[in-house]
Design a binder for this molecule. Structure first.
Ligand SMILES: NC(=O)c1ccc[n+]([C@@H]2O[C@H](COP(=O)([O-])OP(=O)(O)OC[C@H]3O[C@@H](n4cnc5c(N)ncnc54)[C@H](OP(=O)(O)O)[C@@H]3O)[C@@H](O)[C@H]2O)c1
Length: 334
């Protein structure tokens, strides 16, 4: 090991409004010594996720991130030394390493992953994004050939995979994304049947034109007004896969929720189900095999948006929340 210091990005203050780079600070610490049962890992890539911002609000499916601690986040890392029999130097792992060069992490919280090329695919299509898209669409949404699938945050890491899987399964696919360029990318590069630019206003009308036969499956990444627009256009017995609510993460909560709940859910006999990709842990291998066959067969395109340098992590997250990213955003650390 050549380094002697561990660079870290601390969350110095929890934002009450929008997240900005001023809420973070670079810091230095000693490289930690792993205790019994832990491994010392060197972080290679940090995953930037909309959920990073949601964790600042309070406990979710994980503990809240607190001020004056190393910013939490998933990453791919290489084992440097290990005090656990399950990991050895050189192993590649995924875990909550936090935004830093090195971390000492209990081995039971690290998943050993294959050394594939490119390694970055383990954060995108073969990581949380791919698994979330796969199970949310096919298990929660139960999308079938001939049905209309609508997905929001469609040009993001999860959404861009959802739409492509829906196309592979023979669905009509409509993506909702911010801006003309993103919408063009969805239809011209990823094969979506139509795209709606929600920043152009009049989402309800544009959605009606893009999905004239109504919506059978809505994969909801955003909540809020877009959920409201989709709800009223759902077909009877439609399914809404509640994946996340990125429109609510950054800033003050909105004054009211989407209208139509529960009335439209009752009248249209909708299934509205939340899920977390870890619910499907025992089935991950099956999903990964199918995702790999689609990628290798050229049916599923993988778009990664990689920034270089640990110090870029704060602006990378702020930018993701503002919609800068196409596909999966991550930071290369080493
Ligand atoms: N349930 C699970 O297991 C699970 C796992 C992973 C992720 N998720 C969820 O999946 C969703 C996508 O997360 P991600 O990390 O993959 O991020 P991402 O989609 O790669 O990036 C977030 C995107 O959200 C869009 N966005 C931001 N503010 C918005 C707003 N007010 N209204 C509509 N769109 C907005 C932006 O694109 P535009 O330019 O289009 O606005 C931005 O690019 C999040 O809700 C996240 O919490 C859930």
């Amino acid at each position: 090991m050549n380094d002697t210091v561990n660079r870290q990005v601390l969350l110095v203050e929890k934002p009450s409004g929008k997240l900005g780079p001023e809420h973070f600070k670079m810091s230095k610490a000693a490289i930690p010594e792993p205790k019994d049962g832990e491994a010392l890992v060197r972080v290679r890539y940090i995953s930037l996720d909309a959920a990073n911002r949601a964790w600042m609000h309070g406990a979710t499916y994980r503990a809240a991130v607190e001020a004056n601690t190393v910013m939490a986040g998933g990453g791919i890392a290489e084992v440097v030394s290990s005090k656990s029999p399950s990991l050895a130097p050189g192993d590649i792992v995924f875990g909550d390493t936090g935004w830093q060069d090195y971390a000492a992490v209990p081995a039971k919280h690290l998943s050993k992953i294959p050394k594939i090329e490119p390694l970055t695919h383990l954060l995108s299509v073969y990581g949380i994004a791919g698994l979330t898209a796969y199970f949310g669409l096919l298990d929660v949404g139960r999308a079938k050939a001939g049905e209309t699938v609508v997905v929001s945050a469609a040009a993001g890491s999860v959404g861009s995979i959802v739409g492509q899987i829906a196309r592979i399964k023979g669905c009509r696919v409509v993506g909702i994304a911010g801006g003309k360029d993103k919408c063009n990318w969805l239809t011209s590069e990823l094969g979506f049947d139509a795209a709606v630019d929600y920043k152009d206003g009049a989402v309800f009308k544009a959605l009606k034109a893009a999905a004239p036969n109504g919506i059978d499956v809505y994969f909801d990444n955003v909540g809020g007004d877009i959920l409201e627009a989709c709800l009223s256009q759902m077909n009877n017995h439609g399914r809404i896969a509640c994946c996340g609510a990125v429109s609510q993460y950054d800033g003050a909560p909105p004054a009211h929720g989407p209208r139509g709940i529960p009335g439209l859910i009752v009248v249209k006999r909708l299934e509205v189900r939340g899920f977390i990709y870890t619910d499907y842990e025992t089935q991950h291998a099956r999903a990964l095999a199918e995702l790999e066959s689609w990628v290798k067969g050229g049916k599923l395109k993988v778009r990664e948006d990689v920034l270089t340098g640990l110090e870029k992590a704060p602006e990378a997250l702020v930018g993701l929340l503002a919609g800068e990213n196409l596909g999966k955003r991550m930071v290369r650390v080493s």
